[in-house]
Design a protein around this ligand. Structure first.
Ligand SMILES: C[S@@+](CC[C@H](N)C(=O)[O-])C[C@H]1O[C@@H](n2cnc3c(N)ncnc32)[C@H](O)[C@@H]1O
Length: 255
């Protein structure tokens, strides 16, 4: 789930969970990782990556400051997890709200000092926006498996001059739709769910399809980011354009 995770091709292999036990909710396995249980993120192709819960639970991760300084005005931290970034914004005096489908993550975020809401970013939200900034850190552009849909949803929550700050995969990563699940070390696994990963050079096409454009790109502490701003709609600049995938990303090609 992290943009900083090992690319599929280099990921260590792990034994597949026994057949028929992939029935847990992803959020339950994710919450176990927050409580200290080692969890793997496995792609449908069989590659496994340790879920970096220690990053989610950290107070500060190198590279965070470059995101935080760009959060101008009220900021919505989408998939805030235990609230590392939302709490840091609060400490900086920036109005922020984290949102997450995990009750455990929301409780941790509140305990860390963040304002946090339990719910899905795709559900109707309380009238607390519009937001100047939406944050998609730690690979959260993958939420829902359709980056264009997620960005288009965020665009509706932003002011007309609002921005989305996204963390991306390194150059050369491309853009991929994935089917993944979360696994405990003992083999118990969640159901499969859609995810996506987008590389820093692939974000332009995805952004354009969501009615956004890349206004800045940067790298800090080995992490890659972009700021996306709303594009004015004109007859010569339709909101979306066709491409080989309706989601704007190519299906994963790793095996
Ligand atoms: C890769 S983790 C990142 C967590 C967080 N950024 C951090 O560093 O602690 C993805 C987060 O997105 C949350 N999430 C997944 N789907 C979501 C949705 N539809 N709406 C809001 N949050 C969601 C998960 O519960 C999880 O906390």
């Amino acid at each position: 789930m992290s943009a900083g995770a090992v690319p599929d091709e280099q990921a260590p292999q792990a034994p597949a969970a026994p057949h028929g036990i992939g029935r847990l909710r992803p959020v339950d396995v994710y919450e176990a990782s927050l409580d200290g249980t080692p969890v793997l993120l496995r792609t449908h192709q069989g590659h496994a990556h340790p879920l970096p819960a220690e990053t989610y639970l950290a107070e500060h991760v190198p590279g965070d400051s470059s995101l935080l300084t760009r959060c101008t005005g009220g900021t919505l931290d989408v998939g805030c997890g235990p609230g590392r970034l939302a709490a840091a914004l609060t400490r900086r005096g920036v109005r922020s709200l984290g949102i997450d489908i995990s009750l455990r993550a929301v409780a941790l975020a509140r305990a860390a000092g963040a304002d946090a809401l339990h719910g899905s970013i795709f559900d109707p939200l309380p009238q607390v926006g519009p937001w100047s900034t939406a944050l998609l850190a730690d690979g959260n552009l993958g939420i829902g498996g359709e980056p264009v849909t997620l960005l288009a949803r965020l665009r509706t929550l932003l002011t007309s001059h609002g921005q989305v700050l996204v963390e991306l995969d390194p150059p050369g990563s491309g853009a991929h739709q994935l089917t993944v699940r979360l696994e405990h070390a003992d083999g118990a696994a969640s159901v499969w769910f859609p995810w996506a990963r987008v590389g820093v050079e692939a974000i332009d096409e995805v952004a354009v399809q969501a009615g956004l454009s890349v206004v800045e790109r940067w790298s800090e502490a080995g992490r890659w980011f972009a700021a996306l701003g709303a594009r004015p709609l004109t007859a010569a600049q339709p909101r979306s354009r066709s491409c080989s995938s309706p989601l704007g990303v190519a299906p994963a090609t790793t095996t």
